[in-house]
Design a protein around this ligand. Structure first.
Ligand code: CTP
Ligand code: MG
Length: 222
């Protein structure tokens, strides 16, 4: 059974406000992308990797892979206007005989091997997808403008991270339609009637959004 990874790295990183795309912001002296790429390369579970790169950053992505000797990287494709479109474009490079696809955000540089294992294992038990989750620390309210409409029961809510693992066929079907509104791949699989399991995530999988996040992840690396 071959497992392919799609690394979504094509975002602009507007909230980080760097002079380059977020995947190429410096983290510990090298591009942010290198951190998750190295962890995918070293994972015993992953056979091959496709990178979705920002327009004009395909070559630099391949150079990062070469610098860290990430020989599992098969290609770097140009990403799309949204994360889901970037995933769809990268998935087109994954061969038909791939059984499983793991989708990960380059914006989450610290990728523990245990989480890769946790999201992949249930796929052999009849699940179409598996997502890592963490409990919500804050109370969550639905609002309209500046008015609270509803306070949601926190017991039923979790925050969802990546890596997310899918049977390749289920993910291909999910990204074939209109993906514009989706913020993760699992929601597309769910809307196709796919069965998605939740497993325990990891606080180290923090998503780097702004400069404070980058500094925090940098401190964890040191
Ligand atoms: N992503 C992508 N293609 C896009 C948009 C996002 O591959 N068109 C990827 C990003 O590179 C990132 C992940 O999806 O690894 C999560 O997106 P986000 O954290 O929002 O990153 P950016 O879109 O780059 O940041 P911003 O929204 O601040 O511009
Ligand atoms: Mg974004």
């Amino acid at each position: 059974m071959s497992v392919w990874a799609v690394l979504a790295a094509a975002g602009r990183g507007e909230r980080l406000g760097s002079d380059r795309p977020k995947a190429f912001a410096r983290l510990g002296g090298r591009p942010l992308l290198a951190e998750s790429l190295e962890r995918l390369e070293e994972s015993g579970w992953i056979d091959a990797i496709v990178i979705a790169a920002p327009p004009d950053w395909e070559e630099p992505s391949i150079l990062v892979a070469e610098e860290i000797a990430a020989t599992k990287v098969s290609s770097a494709v140009t990403g799309g206007d949204s994360r889901s479109e970037s995933v769809r474009l990268a998935l087109a490079e994954v061969p038909e005989d791939a059984a499983v696809v793991l989708v990960h955000d380059a914006a989450r540089p610290l990728l523990p091997e245990e989480v890769i294992e946790r999201v992949l294992a249930p796929l052999s038990d009849g699940w179409d997808g598996v997502v890592p989750t963490v409990p919500l620390a804050d109370t969550v309210k639905r609002v309209e403008g500046d008015r609270v409409v509803e306070t949601l029961a926190r017991d039923d809510l979790v925050a969802v991270q990546t890596p997310q693992a899918f049977l390749a066929d289920a993910l291909r079907r999910a990204v074939a339609g209109d993906v514009s509104a989706a913020t993760d791949c699992a929601s597309l699989v769910e809307s196709q009637g796919g069965r998605v399991k939740v497993v325990e995530g990891d606080s180290r999988l923090l998503k780097v959004t702004d400069a404070d996040d980058l500094a925090l992840v940098e401190s964890w690396l040191a």
